[in-house]
Design a protein around this ligand. Structure first.
Ligand code: BG6
Ligand code: MG
Length: 216
């Protein structure tokens, strides 16, 4: 029986995936190379330093640890600048009605994000109070596709993975949910998320009941 819903943040609740892309691209450009939207798909759900290493690999660049930390912090400053300009209007379509309905019907709500900026973004779009538990990049030691973030979430909610549905826009996130034994609902393109139990293009035109029905 489903008792909780665990949301990824970037690309599921808010369209911050585009801000991560823009900031990483700006860094790559300043370092003298570029990378594509297709390559960017591989960065979704992946921690800051793991993303850094992937990007440098695509550019064929090697940097010292010190320089990596410096550039990662610069990228984060650019990203945070974008986050700080967000308003509740940037909550993705259908998310707020779903959160309200989940709360009304007594389901637990969790956040499972790789980002260290998750609380900042939730606060900015004013939905922090909907979450019963928040597991983010400040609490995990392993990045998606490792299931740690969702396992910690379920544990905090005192539930088993099979009692939780995970919403994810990233290949790495769907993989993390499945490896952990959770139900996975992909939000986005079935081309990238096809392994999930269900893929929705967005939260519009769906209901909690329809989601539960189609994964079971
Ligand atoms: C994930 C994003 O949610 O968080 C990744 O999908 C990002 O793109 C990762 O790299 C880490 O985020 P942050 O904010 O800690 O750099
Ligand atoms: Mg995401």
């Amino acid at each position: 029986m489903i008792k909780a819903f665990i949301f990824d943040l970037d690309g599921v609740i808010v369209d911050t995936a585009k801000y991560h892309f823009q900031a990483w691209r700006r860094m790559a450009n300043e370092l003298g190379f570029d990378f594509s939207e297709k390559e960017n798909e591989q960065l979704k759900g992946v921690s800051r330093m793991d993303s850094m290493n992937l990007i440098l690999g695509w550019g064929g660049l090697e940097l010292s640890e010190k320089d990596k930390v410096k550039w990662a912090s610069q990228k984060n400053d650019w990203y945070v600048e974008a986050v700080d300009n967000m308003t509740p209007k940037e909550i993705l379509p259908g998310v707020l009605p779903l959160l309200k309905d989940l709360r009304k019907k007594g389901y637990k709500i969790g956040l499972g994000s790789s980002s260290k900026n998750a609380v900042r973004a939730l606060r900015k779009v004013r939905i922090l109070s909907y979450f019963n538990t928040i597991i983010d990049g400040t609490k995990t030691t392993r990045s998606k596709p490792d299931p740690q973030v969702f396992q910690m979430g379920a544990k905090r909610l005192r539930l088993t993975p099979k009692e939780c549905i995970v919403f994810e826009d990233a290949q790495s996130g769907v993989e993390a949910a499945l490896t952990g034994g959770f139900y996975a609902v992909g939000i986005g393109d079935p081309k990238h998320l096809g392994k999930a139990h269900l893929v929705l293009s967005s939260f519009e035109n769906t209901t909690i009941e329809a989601i539960i029905e189609s994964i079971s």
